[in-house]
Design a protein around this ligand. Sequence first.
Ligand code: URP
Ligand code: ZN
Ligand code: ZN
Length: 460
Amino acid sequence: MSILIKNGRIVTAEADYNGDILIDGEAIKAIGENLDSEGHTILDATDKIVFPGGIDPHVHLDMPFMGTSSSDDYHTGTAAALHGGTTMVIDFILQTQGKSLHSALQTWQEKSQGKACADYSYHMAVTDYNDQTKSEIKDLIEKEGISSFKTFMAYKGALMIDDNQMIGLMQEVEKQGGIVTVHATNGDMIDHLVAKFRKEGKLSPLYHYLSQPEITEAEATARFTDMAFYTDVPAYIVHLTCEGALNAVRKATYRNQKVFVETCIQYLLLDASLYDKGFEGAKWVMSPPLREKKDQSALWAGINQGLVQVLGTDHCPFNWDQKKMGENDFSKIPNGHPALEHRLELLHSEGVRKGKISWNTFVAITSTNAAKIFGMHPRKGCLTVGSDADIVIFDPNKEHQISASTHHHRCDYSAYEGWQVIGKCETVLLRGKIAVHHNELQVSPGNGKFIKRGTVSKVI
Ligand code: URP
Ligand code: ZN
Ligand code: ZN
């Protein structure tokens, strides 16, 4: 089947022009002006923006965490992603401490097998670095196409590794051509504050926020950045939230070090005043927590300064009943919130329309840079001849409201309930197939493919 997208405004990370895109099978066959319509299914993109399908490199689907599991699985999570113009996600495999990386991979393969509607890949979270783990890294990169290794500097006892393990992992990953990513907050400082607040009987969601002050993130970010410099490994910080952490990255640039930074849509748009709502604040209990207005300004500026290259969501939804596990103790509220479906539309409405970022930057941070950093470019993240035809046709003027009653996440609340948004993904194509058209999902579970990724470099 061939599809011709006609008369769109085509936007990539580098360019912005009017034209047509011809798709043959799964890939883009031609791009140009006035391409011949004969024999093709036509999608009219007049007055629409045409850009590469989004890549969300930070989601948690069906993930066991804090005594429960995130509520979206591979089916519902990737379906919601497609509705919001995201055609590929990268999920996190969690190694069980004491067990191998390959056994964790097998568990995640079982979770995703035949279920994904959108394309996907995995980061491997190394929670127990030892000689056995070390011996598995090469195989994961070369045979399995998993070239990114996630680390946690917090969540002691379950996920956290110490600096000795971090340095060992960095050296091995550097040798084998991968990248180390990090949840950079100081776990011991946080655990100290959590214990203190619990002892004082301060148990509401507000104390989740107060137990992770900015310095816990700034300190860990600087330490991680130093270890990455020492080992010379390609490095990436997930869900960076605040000015202090960004300044640590900025400081690293003075010695010509490149550390990639991801922030998430919630840290640009939401702030810590939401923790003043009593237990309702549990909706936004995530780690790191929401920050201050000054941090939002620093992050928008960081994007425009090229210090922040990627926008994710850290989509990790829990239903309200699950959140209520921490009704009497903030430290038992499962950390995470639903966001995957809304990333592109919110960023357009609040970022592009309000003049905070350009259209090119929008594409760079929602798709192209993640594809480059994580070894999928130019197959993914761009609109060029030969690339996968992962394409969004976007109506920049269509107004709609976000609500749990209309979103596609498997979550009974929305973190953005009632938000008025301008701009909607009208048609979403995944590898040349119409996946969503006017709010209708047109693909089934199993349509999404696992994408093997290549080795990575320190610069993009
Ligand atoms: O609150 C969060 N972020 N939950 C998911 C796990 C993580 O730290 O990314
Ligand atoms: Zn995290
Ligand atoms: Zn996460």
